[in-house]
Design a binder for this molecule. Structure first.
Ligand code: FMN
Length: 189
């Protein structure tokens, strides 16, 4: 096993190794005084059931994050496989990201993008400094409906999805009641 100290860590290798962790893709949105803002975000996770908390990590160079922080609320739009273009638009620094997508405001006012798999509407609960990013903890205000569309995935710097025949997942061993997103526990989801 090889190790790397902080001083000799190669950014390309860091990206390549971390790129092997496959994630979903979200668009985190907010409502600002000059209109809606949002950015593509893979660093989203469920955090706590009681109280219900989620987290995401905006870079310190994000233009959307200061607007979201000032508004005190955000919505997490979970993207489906048919929304690759949406991810690309919101993952860039384009002028009007909302020109090509229809949306409606959540209870908090943050935009809910049409065609998303589901959404989570949140109030900003805490912000932690973390290197060149922040860790933002959100308190869940309301949740969207769910369907059976295929999720958009991000893996090794590329978009991918789940093959239709893989949409019937194999249960992960026996019951994992303490695992946050395990769907079969008595006390979670
Ligand atoms: C699939 C994907 C995942 C991304 N995940 C993150 C993320 O977790 N955190 C982040 O700060 N930027 C992430 N980005 C990059 C931002 O979306 C991108 O820098 C965007 O231009 C920021 O927009 P803004 O400056 O309007 O906030 C991701 C981009 C893509 C395409």
């Amino acid at each position: 096993m090889t190790t790397a100290s902080a001083v000799d860590l190669d950014p390309g290798r860091f990206r390549r190794v971390l790129g092997h962790f496959c994630t979903g893709v979200t668009v985190v949105t907010g409502a600002g005084p000059d209109g809606p803002v949002g950015f593509a975000c893979q660093s989203f996770a469920a955090l706590s059931l009681d109280p219900p908390l989620v987290l995401f990590c905006p870079g310190k160079g994000s233009r959307a994050w200061p607007v979201i922080e000032a508004s005190g609320a955000f919505a997490v739009n979970v993207l489906g496989d048919a929304q690759r273009d949406v991810s690309t638009v919101f993952g860039s620094r384009g002028a009007d990201k909302f020109a090509s997508v229809d949306w409606t405001p959540a209870g908090s006012g943050a935009p809910l993008l049409d065609g998303s798999l589901t959404w989570i509407d949140c109030a900003v609960d805490a912000v932690h400094d973390a290197g060149d990013h922040y860790i933002v903890v959100g308190r869940v205000l309301s949740l969207g409906d769910t369907g059976s569309d295929r999720p958009l995935l991000f893996y090794q710097g590329s978009y991918t999805s789940i093959a239709p025949e893989e949409m019937q997942p194999t249960p992960a061993r026996e019951r994992l009641d303490a695992f946050l997103t395990w769907p079969c526990g008595d006390d979670w989801l």
